[in-house]
Structure formats: C-alpha cells, structure tokens
Design a protein around this ligand. Structure first.
Ligand SMILES: Cc1cc2nc3c(=O)[nH]c(=O)nc-3n(C[C@H](O)[C@H](O)[C@H](O)COP(=O)(O)OP(=O)(O)OC[C@H]3O[C@@H](n4cnc5c(N)ncnc54)[C@H](O)[C@@H]3O)c2cc1C
Length: 883
C-alpha cells in the first residue's frame, strides 16, 4: 500500500486504536489501519523481552507478561485500548513509567517500513546492510545530521535541557545526542514520530518488573504550594507514581459514587497528592513507606493520611484520579468538546506554574477547568470544555492557546506536549517551544524520511500557524443516550463487531452525522446514509453492552442500538401476539426442532442447512442450521421426595431458551439444562418452587434485543408478578439458569425486593455447603459469556469450574457474537468474535462449559471443543453432602 501511495503521491496516515488526543491519527486521504492484521506477539527470554506487532493492545502484552512478573514500560491510562503502534509512535507514557520506562528508553529493536515500502529490521545485520545500499541517501543524511548536531554544543545543551522534562513536542531529537550509530538514531527517531516518518511494523521491548506489592496514600494539603513542595521532595523518595490534583479536580468528583465523603468538606484551596510505592516484598514495602513518610513529615497535611494496600481503599483513591477526565466529559454541555491538554513545567516551579495556569483559566472564563497530572515529571493535564460552534468561542480558544504557549514556553521553558504527542493541535507551536535551529533540524528529518511529504502530512511539522483551529470536529446533538460520547475509541477494544461491522464509536459518529444532516433539512440524505450502513450499524451489533465497561462516560451503545430498533418496530403486532401466547411459541419451536432433527438426520446436516438457508431467505431472513443446533428440550417436572429438614426454598425460573432448546447431538445422552438443574437442586436438598404460569414466562430479552420494547415490558412485568408471588414477596432466592436472562432480570427488576441469582452465583452462595464436590479428572475449558462479565460474577464461574475439574482453562474474548439469534442469522459475527478462541485452549481439551445455551452452540461450532451448559459439569462433579 505504501509503495502504491508513494507512486501515486497520495497521503497516508497510520492508525492503531485511534485514541490519540492531538489529532494525529485522522486523514482525509488513505488511512492505513495497523491493527487488524498486525497482532502477532512473542514473549522472549522468560518475559525479559517481548516482540509485538503494532496491532497488539498494550494491556494484552501485559497479560502475556504477567506470569513472568513483567510488563511493558509505557503505561498510558489508555492502555486497555491503545495499541503498540500508537503507544510507540506517540511515545506514550503514564503514571508510573515517567521518562525512564517509556518506549524510547525500553526499546530494543524495530521493524520499520519506509515511504517506498522498504522494510528495515534493525535487529538484523543483513537487513541493515541492504538498507545502507537501498537507502544510501537516508543513511548518509542521518550520518550527517548526527555529526552536525553533536558538533553544535548549544543545540546539544538545548536538547538535553528539553528532555530533563517529559516531552513529546516535535521529533525525539534526543536520539541525535544519545546515540552515534545511525541505525540506533533512526530506531529512536521513530519513537514519538507519530507516524510521520514511516510505519512501525514490529517492536521488541525490554520489559520491566511488575511489582507484586503496592501501597497508596491520598495526601491532602491546604494549598497547591504545599502539595507541590511534597512532590519535589518525593522526587528522590522510593515512589512509583505521584499524582497531583487541584481543588477543582477534587470538586468535580465529590459526587461520584465510592469516593471518600471528606472530599466535599475540604478547604478552599486544598490540593491532593496521590502517592504509590511498589516493592518486591512486604518488608521492602513497609521500609519504603517509612522512608516516604519521614521525608515529608515536616509538611503538615490538612487531614491525616495513611498508606494502604487494602484493595477497596486503594481502589477508592485511584477512582478519584481516574474519574477526573470522564467526569468532565460526562457533565459537559451537549455540543461542546472536551479538551485535554498536556503540558510540563520544571518540577521546582510546578506550584508557580499551576497557579499561573489557574489564573489563565479565570482570565478566559474556563470555570470548570480541572488540573491534575503526573507531578513527578512536572507533567500536568488540564481538562476543560469548549464550544467550537461559534466564531467567538473559537476565538476564545485561539487566544487561550496563544497565551498558554507564552506562559509555558516563555516563562517556564516547559513542554507543550508532555506525553500525548504533538499531533495537529500543537504543531503550530513546535518552533516556538524548541527555537528556530531545532525546528529546522526537525523539518530536515521529515524531509529525509518523507521526501514527498505524504506520510501523515500536517502532523508535528505544519507551516500553518492556525492549523489547530481548522477542521474542528462538530459534535451535533443526536440523542441523550449518546450525546456524551467524546469519541475516544476506548469502546472499540471491547466490541465484538469491531473490524467486521461498525464499532460503537463508528455507530455514534454515523448517528451524529445523520442528525447533522437532519438539522440541515437533508433528511433524505440522512435516511440514505442510515440504509447504506444498516449492516455495520445494526446487523453486526451484538447489543451485549460490553462497550459500556470500557467507556469513560459509560455509554451503552448496545442499548442505543436496541432503542433504534425499537423505534422501527414500535407496536409490532406479531411480537405482541407471541408474548401473549408464549407457551404456544415454545411448543411450536420444540416441534420445529424435533422435525428438523428428523430431516437433518436423514439428509445430513450440511444438506439440511441448504434447505433451511433457501427457505428462510425466501421468508426474508436467512438462517443457518448446524450439527450443533440443539434438539427440542425435554422438560420433566419431578415430584420432590425425601427433602430433609434444613431444605432451602428456592424459586427456579428456567429461561425460555432452556425450555425450548435441549442437548446437541454431540452431547450423547446428556440431559437438558432444566433436568440437570433439578438433579443438582435435589442433591443439595433444595425445595423447588416453580413460578405460576411457568410455560408462559419469559424475561423479555428475546423481544428487547430485537427492538420489541413493548412486548419485552409485557413479558418482564408478567415474570416479575409471578416471581414476586412464588418467592413470597422476595423471601426466597430466585434462580435463573441462563446468564443473559439473569442479567436482563437484574436490569428490569433492579429496584425490586427480589433476590435474583444466576446459576453461577447461586452455586457459590448456596450450594458449596450443600453439595460435596468431587473434581472430575479431565481438562476443561470454561467460557464466561458477556452477561457474566457485565454482572461482575465471572469469578464465580471459574471458581465453580475449579471445584468440578482437575484442570480448568479460561479462554476469553469479547462477546462471543452469538447474541441470541445473530448466530443463526449472521454467523459471521459469531465466527469473528471467536476467531482467537482455539489458540487459547490446549489441543488436549475436548470439553468446554458455559452458561448460555445459545452461546454454547456458537462456541462449539467455532472451536475444536464441545461446549455444554455448566450445570452438566456441576451435576457430574457433585454428590449430596452427608452430614
Ligand atoms: C481517555 C484517554 C486517556 C489517555 N491517557 C493517556 C496517557 O495517560 N498517556 C499518554 O501518553 N496518552 C494517553 N492518551 C492518548 C493515547 O491514548 C495514547 O497516546 C496512545 O498511545 C495512542 O495509541 P493508539 O493505538 O490509539 O494510536 P493511534 O491514535 O491510532 O495513533 C497514534 C499515532 O501513532 C501513529 N501510528 C499508529 N500506528 C502506527 C504504526 N504502526 N507505525 C507508525 N505510526 C503509527 C498514528 O499515525 C498516530 O500519529 C489518552 C487518550 C484518551 C482518550
């Protein structure tokens, strides 16, 4: 692609996860995604090194390194979404890594693809020799600029000075003074080059220790000066992270659930310093805490503080820090943009700089602006909201940015971009920060590596001094549920349809564009747009809502898609007829499944799939039949006998799916979920209560996910009334045997007195003492479906599996993509969702377990393992307890 773009003189921009904050991963020309096909990785030398392609998510690399007690050095707050290509190209860093463990410092070698498609592997001498011949001009020019720079003492000093702070403004000129070997210089120049010099095709990092012992303290001081004094002292103390938060920051999160109450009662100027210390063992940790406390004990805090390693308190402290950006994002006026800036002052002048910055906010009426940051490096972030819809507002922003540059550069000789990269937004100020000589050198670097100026043009080097005021992204009002979106892209890593259909961010952008068109009176164009993207937006959305778990402002785009579907379906008569005659539907499906299996057994599953495909296509929605499609469920209510005196009364609601769908052919003679659950409850001495009108009940999920909101509510209300009665107004626990339905019930009956349990947490809470677990001697895989993740009870599933089997593997993906009916109608989503499943399960494993009958169909179809309901394993591994 690069080669072709070069031939055709077409600009290209690389994009990894697209979470950048300075406008460096956008293009109106060719956008090359270095994510989808660039996800290989290899842990080397017992985790001391790791080789990664640019599409590996940072957090994924750390998961691979965890067993070795190691991690990659760079730790941006976006690590759960940001990918290695973007992390390295931005030289991103975070709370702990400082400047000692960023990509520049921990890089071992790179594979680089240059503008003409030539590949250089900096770890391979043969490749280097080829490069020297093929790209003699680049090589010789680099030799020349190294010499010229190193001979220029004034420039060398300027470069050293600039990197005393954390700094990502402009190119990494430190490469030219830290190294003399041209290949080393090229390798390090690529770091922080924001995709403007070539593509990073692979990076090998030297990893760093992930300490197992950590403790944090939240220190509150009366004013920002005292807090900054503490920061200066801590620079030479054994600390891993020191985060500063001003009064406005603390105020912005005081209403947030789970933060300490005292935040709202602090004095007017109170400022916080959040400190973390890490160690290899407890003794070391204690000694470090003593040393830190001693170093600052002459500065009186506003409130007494104490280091803690208690997870709940520790998480509370970090929740404050991590909540700052999202909170501002969530409370901003609709239509405004959240701006996050990223400057650095020299640490000894941090207090003075912070006060000046607060004055600047006052001057420009940015009343809600908050300041926080990685104080140990003098790195401050500030967040404010900005309306780009009015010329006067753009002017206010322009003047503010001009004065900010004067403040940071002229008064403090600080950095205008400390870790987020220059991008387009700070490109007009690079020369101001660095001075003419260094800027000319940067322009020369760009010219050497990109002679035609087609690689990410306008980023870092930009002659337009108003570039930061152009191409501003509109955020038109679209819908209350999605208006808060800041388009950061964190959702994408959690979305099953990303890379196949749309991601949640793309869904929201589409609807914003439709709203913009509607507002302009271009409704026809808006509807055309909607229609042409229906597959990506709707068909490919599993509506699992996992996107919300990653979203800083907690948008559930899955729910939004359901609402869009509901708008199209409102008042659908067939759905209402079904919900009001539900037992008939169940019987109908059972008959259908029975007949289908008869035919499929005669003509073969493949041939029958063709028949089903053709017939359903004619009816409008193609469906798939596979050998894993379940047989009709046999539901046999048994009269309970022999209950002992301490019997536990439990209401058992079996989901409609489990009442319709039984075992797959591959399960042999294993029984249905319903009958297995009865076995378990009987063994555990539970008195089973069935809700009234059992056969007519449904949680409503099947209707809700299709957009039949009214029918979903009818179903859910009916179920609620029946459960209320059966549980004696909430006295007895209620068990549901399918996780997606458990979640739906939890959500729709949230405010009720009902004690609702999924099969997983019901087992851990009630059955561990009532059953004897005898682990089965076989390796099993256990898959947590997205509803378990959303309910936060994945661990319950894993712990049950570990009681039931001698060896448990826990592969994980986003949602599996089966999504109720999607697995039958759009099997490609399911296939895509499970594309990495097999590689996570050893060859020797043949049996898998999960908690959703439909997901189990897709899991079996798309892996080498036969997935069954977890109740099958529990039943196999348990006996009645003999007291
Ligand atoms: C809420 C939030 C918090 C953040 N916190 C931090 C933080 O703590 N610290 C921090 O440093 N940043 C932070 N960021 C900014 C951003 O997430 C990071 O800089 C991140 O490393 C970017 O990675 P990405 O995969 O999204 O890269 P992208 O945004 O896709 O790309 C980043 C740059 O790298 C280039 N690029 C991408 N792939 C390649 C490649 N293969 N070869 C060459 N160039 C390439 C792109 O052209 C672009 O210029 C935050 C962002 C958000 C939204």
């Amino acid at each position: 692609m690069l080669e072709e773009a070069n031939k055709l003189n077409l600009p290209v921009t690389f994009r990894a996860a697209g979470t950048s904050l300075s406008g460096q991963a956008v293009s109106d020309s060719i956008l090359i995604l270095t994510s989808k096909y660039w996800t290989n990785s290899e842990v080397l030398e017992n985790g001391n090194r790791i080789k990664l392609q640019p599409g590996v998510i940072g957090a994924r690399a750390n998961i691979m390194l965890k067993p070795y007690g190691r991690k990659i050095g760079p730790d941006p707050a976006s690590i759960n979404s940001a990918m290695i290509g973007g992390i390295a190209a931005n030289n991103a860093s975070g709370m702990c890594c400082g400047t000692a463990q960023n990509s520049y410092k921990t890089l071992e070698s790179l594979k680089i693809i240059f503008y003409d498609g030539f590949l250089l592997d900096t770890s391979n001498s043969e490749s280097i020799e080829k490069f020297k011949i093929h790209h003699a001009v680049i090589y010789n020019e680099v030799v020349q600029i190294i010499k010229e720079t190193q001979d220029n003492q004034k420039l060398v000093e300027r470069i050293h000075h600039k990197y005393k702070m954390k700094n990502t403004t402009g190119y990494s000129l430190n490469a030219l003074v830290d190294y003399t070997n041209p290949i080393d210089v090229i390798t390090h120049l690529m770091i922080g080059s924001e995709g403007t010099l070539g593509m990073i095709a692979e990076i090998t990092y030297n990893t760093v220790i992930e300490h197992a012992f950590k403790a944090s303290a939240l220190m509150i001081f009366e004013n920002i000066e005292m807090a900054c004094n503490v920061v200066s002292i801590l620079k030479s103390a054994p600390v891993a992270a020191v985060e500063l938060m001003d009064r406005a920051s603390l105020r912005s999160v005081e209403e947030m659930e789970g933060v300490p109450n005292y935040l709202s009662t602090l004095s007017q100027g109170a400022s916080a310093v959040l400190v973390e210390t890490v160690a290899a063992n407890n003794e070391e940790l204690t000694a470090q805490i003593v040393e830190i406390e001693k170093a600052i004990n002459h500065i009186k805090p506003e409130l007494p503080f104490k280091f803690t390693d208690d997870a709940s308190l520790y998480n509370q402290y970090w929740k404050i820090r991590k909540g700052l950006f999202p909170t501002i994002g969530a409370i901003r006026k609709i239509g405004t943009t959240v701006i996050i800036e990223d400057i650095a002052f020299p640490v000894p002048r941090l207090a003075e700089g912070t006060l000046d910055l607060q004055d600047l906010f006052k001057k420009y009426n940015y009343d809600k602006a908050v300041i926080f940051g990685h104080a140990l490096d003098g790195n401050l972030h500030f967040v404010f909201t900005q309306d780009f819809g009015a010329a006067s507002e753009i002017k206010r922003y322009e003047d503010f940015m001009e004065e900010l540059a004067i403040l940071v550069v002229d008064k403090y000789d600080g950095a205008l971009k400390s870790e987020h990269g220059t991008g387009r937004n700070m490109a007009p100020f690079v020369e101001k920060e660095w001075g003419a000589e260094a800027y000319i050198l940067m322009k020369r670097i760009k010219q050497i590596f990109d002679p035609k100026g087609i690689i990410n043009p306008g980023v870092i080097i930009n002659d337009d001094k108003k570039a930061h005021l152009k191409n501003l992204k509109p955020l038109p009002k679209a819908d209350d549920q999605i208006d808060k979106c800041i388009e950061c892209g964190f959702c994408e890593a959690n979305c099953v349809s990303y890379d196949l259909g749309f991601s949640p961010r793309q869904r929201i952008v589409l609807h914003r564009e439709m709203s913009r068109l509607d507002a302009l009176g271009l409704s026809k164009e808006a509807r055309e747009l909607e229609k042409s993207f229906e597959y990506g937006f709707d068909s490919m959305c599993a509506t699992d809502g996992l996107c919300m778990l990653a979203c800083p402002v907690k948008i559930n785009t899955g729910d939004y898609v359901k609402r869009v579907r509901a708008r199209k379906h409102s008042g659908n008569k067939i759905a209402k007829m079904i919900v009001n005659n539900f037992s008939l539907t169940i019987k109908g499906v059972r008959v259908g499944l029975t007949l289908s299996h008869v035919f499929a057994n005669i003509i073969g599953h493949k041939a029958y799939n063709k028949v089903v495909g053709t017939a359903t296509s004619i009816l409008g929605q193609k469906m798939e039949w596979t050998k894993y499609t379940p047989k009709a469920a046999q539901v046999k209510i048994q009269k309970q006998t022999g209950l002992k005196p301490n019997a536990l009364k439990v209401v058992y609601f079996s989901s409609c799916i489990n009442r319709m769908m039984g075992a797959s052919n591959s399960y042999g003679d294993e029984d249905t979920v319903f009958n297995k659950t009865l076995n378990i409850l009987n063994k555990a001495n539970c008195e089973i209560i069935y809700p009234e009108d059992r056969e007519n009940l449904c949680c409503g999920l099947a209707f809700k996910s299709q957009g039949f909101a009214e029918s979903a509510n009818i179903a859910s209300d009916k179920l609620f009334q029946s459960l209320l009665k059966a549980s004696n107004n909430g006295e007895y626990p209620i068990l549901c045997d399918m996780s997606p339905c458990s979640l739906q019930m939890r959500e729709s009956m949230e405010d009720s007195s009902l004690k609702l349990y999924d099969i997983t947490n019901f087992t851990t809470e009630f059955l561990l003492d009532r059953l004897e677990f005898v682990p089965v001697d076989k390796e099993v895989a256990v898959y947590s479906v997205c509803s378990l993740k959303k309910m936060g009870i994945e661990e319950d599933l894993y712990s049950i599996a570990k009681l039931c089997s001698t060896q448990v593997y826990t592969p994980s993906t986003n949602c599996c993509g089966f999504a109720g009916n999607k697995g039958f109608n759009f099997p490609e989503l399911n296939e895509h969702g499970l594309r990495t499943l097999d590689e996570q399960i050893p060859e020797s494993v043949t049996d898998g377990y999960s908690t959703s009958r439909t997901c189990e169909i897709g899991l079996s179809k798309n892996s080498k393992v036969d997935f069954k309901p977890i109740v099958n394993l529990i039943d196999l591994a348990t006996k009645p307890k003999i007291n």
